[in-house]
Design a protein around this ligand. Structure first.
Ligand code: NIG
Ligand code: FE
Length: 413
């Protein structure tokens, strides 16, 4: 099927240079085209340019009048946990009333609470709940999405989660990648026997996941009170043997060495980064590992934000993701994430856009196909109503500006 969009007010997020990520000062350069058309065929972008050069409409199956709106590349949300059962607003209330994370955990809260709920939930019900969230994020502009397991914590329940992710992949038009996060927390039955749990992750869960081809990546919650550097290294290496690249949770609760480990082991990304020092930034400078910030989690938990300016000024590429999950970020709204990046981390809306699109795709190893308006890339984008400037989109962050969403060149309704 071919599609022609005409009278586009402005196209943003254009990438002509074949860059697979934007780093440092490049992040703040907005490549835009005003009064434009864009053409797609078989789900890929085939051409775009000024209206004066638009091809004949008669050659297209579908023609859409953009009515002067702005066309953005779809968000590439490289870090979510959006397959989960139920919700955890009771813990939200407990936190408001002053309970600490440890007290909440003692009352049965936290990741183990989600694991209990997931265990009790059928695969079909889990799929239906997650499907609603996927539909929600597509309407908010996401076109490429990573989803983690990690609320199963037993072989059977981790496989159940990953099968739900596979079904979402098969039944929705958004592009999905799956990450195995068995080492999200030590399962209830293994408390006090953490090394036995790590053994289970490496010798039973990972081989089972690989056998069914259910995951693209492996993740570990490498932080104070969760998994150690040595345990994380072991899980990453076992994942690598089975063909899974690593994306790790690092430096959320402490400067733990997780960033350096990610760099040494060639992780695709290191995510969270609320606690960063100079050594962490230096380690990233010499690597391809994408630092990924999740300001929705810092916002929801009232934590400090990652030092985005220092990272960009050191010449790094950075990515932004939602961390959509029931405990620390119950939202997959990437516009809100961009607004938090701007207001709390002093990223410009243009830097935030590149972090949420091209660099997010790079954090999944997919920026050759996603994350910008480039001829040959997958035709994932959305149209807004006419905007006074591209910056207005991040500034008026809760106004429903998105009018139409296109995935693989087809309109999503
Ligand atoms: O990315 N930090 C670890 N895991 C999730 C939160 C998990 C939860 O509380 O359910 C996160 O923030
Ligand atoms: Fe997370």
């Amino acid at each position: 099927m071919s599609l022609l969009l005409k009278h586009i007010g402005t196209i943003v997020g254009i990438e002509h240079m074949g860059r697979l990520r934007r780093s440092g000062a490049e992040m703040d350069l907005l490549d835009r085209l005003d009064n434009a058309y864009l053409a797609t065929d078989e789900g890929r972008i085939t051409a775009f340019g000024p209206m004066s050069e638009m091809p004949d409409e008669a050659h297209f199956d579908t023609v859409v009048d953009a009515e002067g709106g702005t066309l953005f590349p779809s968000f590439c949300d490289s870090h979510t946990h959006l397959v989960y059962a139920g919700s955890r607003e009771q813990e939200f209330l407990d936190k408001i009333h002053g309970l600490s994370y440890e007290e909440i955990a003692r009352r049965g809260g936290g990741i183990l609470n989600s694991a209990d709920r997931l265990h009790a939930c059928s695969e079909e019900e889990l799929y239906q709940q997650a499907l609603e969230r996927v539909d929600e994020v597509i309407r908010m502009g996401t076109g490429l999405l990573e989803i983690k397991s990690g609320y199963g914590l037993s072989t059977a329940d981790e496989l159940k989660m990953l099968r739900v992710i596979r079904r979402l992949r098969e039944t929705t038009p958004v592009e999905i990648r799956a990450t195995f996060l068995g080492a999200h927390a030590v399962a209830r039955d293994y408390i006090g026997r953490q090394s036995d749990y790590v053994h289970l992750v490496c010798e039973e869960m990972l081989p089972a996941v690989a056998r069914e081809g259910l995951a693209d990546f492996v993740d570990v919650f490498c932080d104070q009170g969760f998994f150690t550097i040595e345990e994380t290294r072991r899980i990453m290496r076992r994942g690598a043997e089975l063909g899974l690249r690593a994306k790790i949770h690092a430096n959320e609760l402490a400067i733990s060495g997780g960033v350096q480990l990610g760099v040494e082991e060639h992780a695709l990304s290191v995510d969270h980064l609320e606690r960063m020092g100079e050594a962490e930034i230096e380690a990233l400078q010499a690597s391809e590992t994408m630092p990924t910030m999740l300001p929705g989690a810092a916002f929801f938990l009232g934590m400090s934000y990652p030092p985005a300016r220092a990272m960009i000024e050191a010449g790094l590429a950075v990515a932004l993701a939602s961390d959509y999950n029931p405990g620390s970020s119950p939202s997959g709204n990437m516009r809100m994430v961009m607004a938090l990046a701007a207001t709390q981390m002093r990223m410009t809306p243009t830097e935030a856009l590149h972090a949420a699109t091209l660099n997010g795709a790079a954090a999944m190893g997919l920026s050759h196909d996603f994350g910008s308006i480039t001829v040959g890339k997958v035709a994932n984008f959305f149209l807004t109503r006419p905007l006074s400037s591209p910056e207005f989109f991040t500034y008026a962050y809760s106004t429903p500006l998105i009018r139409r969403v296109f995935l693989r060149g087809c309109e999503y309704r």
